[in-house]
Design a protein around this ligand. Sequence first.
Ligand code: ADP
Ligand code: MG
Length: 255
Amino acid sequence: MISRWHADGLEAALARAGLATFDAIWDLDEGYVEEPNVRRGGWSGVSRIALPFDDGARPVFLKRQANHVTRSLRYPVFGEPTLHRELVRLREFSRLHITAPVPLHYAHTKKAGEWRAVLLVAEVPGRSLTSWLDGYGAASRATKDAVMKAVAEVCRRMWSHHYEHRSLYPKHIFLDDSTSRISAAVIDLEKSRHRCLHPTFHVRDLDALNRRTPRVSRSDRLRFLLKAVDAERVTPAVREVWTRLVERAARRGVS
Ligand SMILES: Nc1ncnc2c1ncn2[C@@H]1O[C@H](COP(=O)(O)OP(=O)(O)O)[C@@H](O)[C@H]1O
Ligand SMILES: [Mg+2]
């Protein structure tokens, strides 16, 4: 397990910001973008800070976690810091060209039995799908189709490499419409898993997205599903996925 990792140029940027040591980053007195999570003796908070790069300051996201570990086949007993797991995923997604935040820096310490970990990632351009969905009703057919295409593309790419996101909510999908072609990125990979043997693992991701987009019309849901599974029309296989999504939504309720 790597205990300290930097992307190129990051050591200099951190030094310039007075953040050369683990404790300096850990002790940063910054607000949080969401209420920090406290659970099972662990703690997790995300802040947005400006970092002075060679060519000027840019916003980055700082994730800090204490006693947040994930057990897996690879780390069955003591687990690994959850942010370490996210770093590994981000590097893997970057290698596979699945659009996600660029990882910049990671470090952890273990003192008196307490894990502390920090992860810095670049801000992804654009805005979340949650924010875009606020204007869904007023969006043109062409924009809706372009957004669905972009979201479907990033999902298909992720699934084709056998990754299940496991937290695929609109707030974890970002849309960049700064060019004529809208593109999408996924964030928050800490729960993601590599799925080798399960051929329909992606239905759970589709279900997560389906249940958190209640205002989207039924016909747009079907359009999105066709794009997401790369089908031209409703085949028996598509119908089966659709039925499973409808059943899951009915069972769990839309939240
Ligand atoms: N790289 C990023 N670019 C833009 N926004 C981000 C980025 N990373 C985090 N955020 C924002 O911070 C929120 C919390 O980050 P997230 O990675 O989801 O952490 P958590 O594991 O605490 O849910 C996200 O929902 C998003 O709004
Ligand atoms: Mg999150």
